[in-house]
Ligand binder design. Structure first.
Ligand code: ZN
Length: 247
């Protein structure tokens, strides 16, 4: 069973299309770690695509904010403007689908999915200290998380926590991580729609636990056409600019 792991799509249909093209014939089942919408110009297209693919999806904080399940008091003005625009733009049937998404943690095919942290779906996991609870308490050896938009992760064995620098170089499409049991893993596939780890290419992962490997992928996409659609929709300029730098 090869699992396509998608996260933080953020209404970027061009990036999602590039990901699906690169991943073609390489997966059997797809999962999504949340933040389907928010920031980008294509909330209806991206939501429709996940529904067509029957992607097993948990909710992210932007999905909650857009559907009114979470107040936007903690959002900065730029993110809040995108939330309001997205809410107005989404078709009622897509809004209803997003509002019904389950929270993590969700176990699927032997892996656990969370948006932020294991205990708190809205918490960011950047540091080894923040990763420890998820590594120790997850019900599966391999747990995927999103929310930070940073591809990579952590592993744990015999009281030793390791930070995994596992991103493909600019000249490469993917980097493979060998999964060793009983080592435990907390892995982030990176963001499709708004990467923030310094690489502007769309990020995703493919997990094949039978063959004990997780591939971390990066694919280029036409950023300029997405920026054009964002400007046409009057989405905030900082959101438009950051796509090009991947920060
Ligand atoms: Zn996000």
């Amino acid at each position: 069973m090869r699992i396509l792991v998608l996260s933080d799509l953020h209404s970027n249909a061009t990036a999602l299309d590039a990901v699906l093209e690169a991943a073609k014939n390489r997966w059997d089942l797809s999962v999504c770690l949340g933040d389907v919408v928010g920031y980008g110009p294509d909330p209806n297209e991206v939501t429709a695509r996940l529904r067509e693919l029957k992607t097993q999806t948990i909710r992210g904080n932007h999905d909650k904010a857009v559907t009114g399940l979470m107040p936007t008091d903690d959002f900065n003005p730029v993110a809040k403007a995108a939330v309001d625009w997205t809410h107005a733009e989404l078709k009622p049937e897509h809004l209803a689908w997003l509002a019904a998404l389950p929270p993590g943690p969700l176990e699927s095919e032997g892996i656990v999915l969370v948006h932020g942290a294991l205990e708190d779906e809205d918490e960011y996991v950047f540091t080894p200290e923040q990763a420890l609870d998820g590594l120790l308490d997850s019900t599966a050896g391999v747990t995927f998380f999103g929310h930070t938009h940073h591809q990579g992760g952590f592993s744990y064995l015999d009281s030793q926590l390791e930070v995994l620098q596992i991103r493909p170089r600019a000249s490469e499409s993917f980097a493979a991580l060998r999964i060793e049991s009983p080592r435990r893993y907390l892995l982030n596939p990176g963001s499709i729609g708004q990467p923030r780890d310094g690489d502007a290419r769309a990020a995703f992962a493919i997990a094949d636990l039978e063959h004990k490997v997780v591939e971390f992928w990066r694919v280029p996409y036409d950023i300029a056409v997405v920026q054009e659609r964002m400007r046409a929709a009057h989405l905030p300029e900082p959101l438009v600019q950051r796509l090009m730098v991947g920060r």
